[in-house]
Design a protein around this ligand. Structure first.
Ligand SMILES: [Zn+2]
Length: 293
C-alpha cells in the first residue's frame, strides 16, 4: 500500500477533475493508481454516441455513458494490483469489472455518500457491490479528506480471484488478437462466467441474499475480455469476435476502448435490450458489426 499521504493526494486529484465531466447532473470521477501513474477520468459519452445518437437517449436498458471507473480503467496501461479512487460508490457492474481488472483496493470520497443519487442507488452498492468486494478480497474504504481519516468499509486479506482461465479459440465466447507489452502478438480467448470464488450452490445463495433485478454476479464475455486485457496490459491488434450480442452496457464500455468494429458469430442470441442497443448503434453508424464465421 502507498503511504497515507499518497492516498489523500490521489483522492484530491480525482475530486479536482470531477467538475470537468460532461454529465450535467451526475458528475463522477475516478482515478487508477499504479506504481507508476494516477490515471484520472470522469464519466462521459463516447463522442459518437453523443454526436450521432444523443446524450439523453437510452440504449436498450442503459444510458450511453461510460462510468468513471471504467473510463479510468480503460485508460490505464496495466491495472493488475492497482488502487482505484472514486468520488461515488461504485455500481455492481463497475465492481465486477474492477475485480477482473485486478484492482486490489477502492477508496471512495466521503462526499459521495451524501449525494442524492448515491442515496437513491445506494442499496445496490451496500448489498451487491460490497458483497462482491468482500468475496473477491478487494478492500473498500471511505476517505475523509478534511479530517484526514480513512474508514474501512470492507477489509479482507484473502486471496483475490486470478484472471479467468483462457479457453481455446474455437469454443470461446470472446476472442481478440492482441499485442502485449513486449510487442508480441497473441490471441486471447475468454468465456463469460462467475467472477467470484463460489460454487453453483453458493452463487445461488448469494443471488437470493444480495441479488438485484438490475445487476448480475455473472461476468459477460466482452467485458471480461476488456478487463483481462487491461489487467495484463494488452492492446487490440486486429478483429474482436464474440459469439452473441453484447449487453448494452458492455457495448458502451467497448466503445470506450476506441474500437468501432465487432464481429459476431450468432446475432440472434441476446436479450431484447441487447438487440435494441446494437440496432441503435449500428443504424447510427457508431458500431460496425460483421458476421464472423
Ligand atoms: Zn458503474
Amino acid at each position: 500500500m502507498p503511504p497515507e499521504d499518497k492516498l489523500f493526494e490521489s483522492m484530491q486529484r480525482v475530486v479536482d477533475v470531477v467538475l470537468d465531466g460532461p454529465h450535467p447532473t451526475s458528475k463522477v470521477a475516478a482515478g487508477v493508481l499504479t506504481d507508476k501513474i494516477l490515471t484520472c477520468a470522469t464519466n462521459y459519452w463516447p463522442a459518437d454516441i453523443d454526436k450521432k445518437i444523443g446524450a439523453d437517449v437510452e440504449l436498450g436498458n442503459t444510458s450511453g455513458t461510460i462510468h468513471a471507473e471504467m473510463a479510468a480503467v480503460l485508460a490505464t496501461p496495466v491495472t493488475e494490483g492497482a488502487i482505484v479512487f472514486v468520488t461515488d460508490p461504485p455500481c455492481p457492474n463497475c465492481m465486477k469489472n474492477m475485480i477482473e481488472a485486478g484492482v486490489i483496493a477502492i477508496y471512495i470520497d466521503h462526499k459521495g455518500f451524501q449525494k442524492e443519487f448515491a442515496l437513491k442507488r445506494g442499496v445496490d452498492f451496500q448489498t451487491m457491490s460490497l458483497e462482491m468486494a468482500r468475496l473477491a478480497s478487494i478492500n473498500v474504504y471511505e476517505i475523509r479528506r478534511k479530517e484526514r481519516k480513512i474508514i474501512p468499509i470492507v477489509e479482507t486479506f484473502g486471496d483475490r480471484p486470478v484472471a479467468p482461465p483462457v479457453t481455446d479459440n474455437k469454443g470461446a465466447q470472446a476472442v481478440a488478437n492482441v499485442i502485449n507489452g513486449q510487442g508480441d502478438t497473441e490471441t486471447i480467448c475468454v468465456n463469460g462466467g462467475i467472477v467470484l470464488p463460489l460454487n453453483e450452490a453458493e452463487l445461488q445463495q448469494e443471488k437470493e441474499t444480495f441479488g438485484s433485478l438490475k445487476y448480475d454476479f455473472i461476468q459477460t464475455p466482452l467485458n471480461r475480455l476488456m478487463m483481462v486485457m487491461r489487467r495484463r496490459g494488452l492492446s487490440f491488434a486486429g478483429d474482436v469476435t464474440v459469439n452473441s450480442l453484447p449487453g448494452p452496457r458492455e457495448a458502451v464500455n467497448y466503445l470506450g476502448t476506441g474500437r468501432r468494429t465487432l464481429k459476431i458469430r450468432d446475432r440472434s442470441i441476446g436479450s431484447e435490450a441487447s438487440k435494441l442497443a446494437v440496432k441503435m448503434l449500428e443504424e447510427a453508424e457508431v458500431l460496425k458489426i460483421t458476421d464472423a464465421a
